[in-house]
Design a protein around this ligand. Sequence first.
Ligand code: GLU
Length: 280
Amino acid sequence: MTFVTRFAPSPTGPLHLGHAYSALLAHDMARAAGGRFLLRIEDIDRARCRPEWEAQVLDDLTWLGIRWDAPPLRQSARLPAHAAALDDLWARGLLYPCTCTRRDIDLALGAPQEGVPLGPDGPVYPGTCRPAQAPRGPRPQDSHLRLNMRRAATGPCRFTETGPAHARPVETTPQDYAARIGDVVLARRDFGTSYHLSVVLDDAAQGVTHVIRGADLFEATRIHALLQRLLGLPAPVYHHHRLIRDDAGKRLAKRDDARALAKYRAEGATPEDIRRMTGL
Ligand code: GLU
């Protein structure tokens, strides 16, 4: 099997050292395996993505010495495929519309309160809008659509992990899906899809065999494995790598402009310096 991996930045801000590490690691692993390295621009969140950031991302990656083996895939171009998958899940009674605001959810949970489980997307949804029967009729476009975990997760679901922290198969039981992950949003009202749905569909469309990304997405992979099973998609191998932290030990975020690659470049750093700084 050819090794195919990808880097999938969202152009919502400058790339920082953490992104550089992720992209370089995936690129190095693809080259070492004689495989392919692909780029995907995750731009479904139209309100936050900007063409200037996309241009900067491509420029930073090229400067780092990263080369992609096919033209970059723009995720927004795949929205019709994302909608088709939602239609399928809807027709199978696995989705339901949700009109709860974040505040409604907090109120329903009595948060902040100890013992409210935190899933990959925040507090586990308390199920306020979950219907007793699968909804019928056309798929609503004007509300969030949540995955009904009680219907969707009917048996244990596994994925293969080769990252340093968890190198083993990872299993999630239906009980864990219901209690610790909950009914995640698969279509947001504002952009008609979600990170979770689009990422699994697009990894499959690009033929990705190995997903190499930060450990912050490890728990979300339980959702991705379930979606792959529901949608009949091949399951890639996952490698969640360590996170690059700032001096205070905090994970770097897009807003940490102090760590932007552009800033190091402006100060005269070389790509080799960046490799050293990320521990590669
Ligand atoms: N667009 C996502 C991010 O920038 C990519 C996540 C992934 O690699 O699956 O965090």
